[in-house]
Write a protein that binds this ligand. Structure first.
Ligand code: GDP
Length: 296
């Protein structure tokens, strides 16, 4: 499971601090030296770590340690709050159009989990009594259209497809019209990914964006790729104005760096976390729960 290494390191740091009275500068310096290493080891962006450590130090030094508490507990509390802030503070909700349908455009590199996540998101929306439509816009990856159709069938959500000979821009446009005609209230557009961020990919995404004017642009990134995931998010965000990030594969042996850096580096909140390959393994991302989970 994700974060095990980080959690273990942080726990051993804090258990060492057992003084009384105020939290001393030495306590904080010692703890933060270890926290810094633990975060860097978890592949958190260097600048993010530096700012984080500085903030915790500023808040912790000189703090009263109440009866039956230890300086370690006081610092953990501050670290917990600051980790939560780092990940955006509160849960970032999915956008909703004033007039349905709400259009959600999915973007990401190939293999990040875009198609799977589109299906999972449709399932989540369906559970909330919505009527989503999946639009098969990834015409380049051979199996993507079929994969989305199979997912749709499995969860009984309609899938709009025009095969792989029509341009993704046209597919998106007609898909949106189909949703309007059929009184569906969410449109999830799966788009093509490439192995790397390239101009052609961005150009196509920009055209889809300009055509359907999405309420939400969700970038799907693979948490296993650590800082690479953050770099990918940064370059997509510079060109596409993302409204949220979905972190996938958090069930794997990730070091957690992406979850902790994405918001700080891109300004873009993580809206969902995917924790497995199954169709219901997607949940809204809660910064405070994730912080508590990291601290163990
Ligand atoms: P796309 O190219 O971005 O559309 O990627 P896919 O949706 O086809 O996903 C690529 C692979 O990652 C598939 O084998 C998925 O089952 C797997 N995958 C997607 N999300 C998760 C996740 O949260 N956890 C795990 N373990 N695997 C995932």
């Amino acid at each position: 499971m994700a974060f095990e290494g980080l959690t273990g390191r942080l726990q051993s740091v804090f258990s060492k601090l057992r003084g009384k009275g105020k939290v001393s500068e030495d306590d904080v310096n010692e703890a933060m030296r270890e926290v810094r290493l633990a975060l860097l080891e978890a592949d958190v962006n260097f600048k993010v770590v530096k700012d984080f450590v500085a903030k915790v130090k500023e808040k912790a030094i000189g703090k009263e340690v109440m009866e039956s508490f230890t300086p370690g507990m006081v610092i953990i509390d501050i670290v917990n709050k600051e980790l939560t802030e780092l990940m955006g503070g509160t849960q970032a909700k999915l956008a909703k159009a004033n007039k349905p349908p709400t259009v959600i455009m999915m973007a990401g590199l190939q293999g990040a989990g875009k198609t799977t996540t589109s299906g999972k998101l449709a399932k989540l929306l369906q559970k909330g009594n919505h009527r989503p439509l999946l639009v098969a816009g990834d015409i380049y990856r051979p199996a993507a259209i079929k994969q989305l159709e199979v997912l749709g069938e499995q969860i009984k959500v309609p899938v709009f497809s025009l095969g792989d000979k029509v341009s993704p821009v046209e597919i998106a446009k007609q898909g949106l019209q189909h949703a309007k005609d059929n009184n569906l209230d969410y449109v999830i557009i799966d788009t093509a990914g490439r192995l790397h961020v390239d101009e052609e990919l961005m150009e196509e995404l920009k055209q889809i964006h300009a055509t359907v004017k999405p309420d939400e642009v969700l970038l799907v990134v693979d948490a296993m790729t650590g800082q690479d995931a953050v770099n990918v998010a940064d370059s997509f965000n510079k060109q596409l104005d993302l409204s949220g990030v979905v972190l996938t594969k958090l069930d794997g042996d990730t070091r957690g760096g992406a979850a902790l850096s994405v918001k700080a580096v891109t300004g873009c909140p993580i809206k969902f976390a995917a924790l497995g390959e199954k169709i219901d393994a997607l949940e809204p991302f809660h910064p405070e729960r994730m912080a508590s989970r990291i601290l163990g």
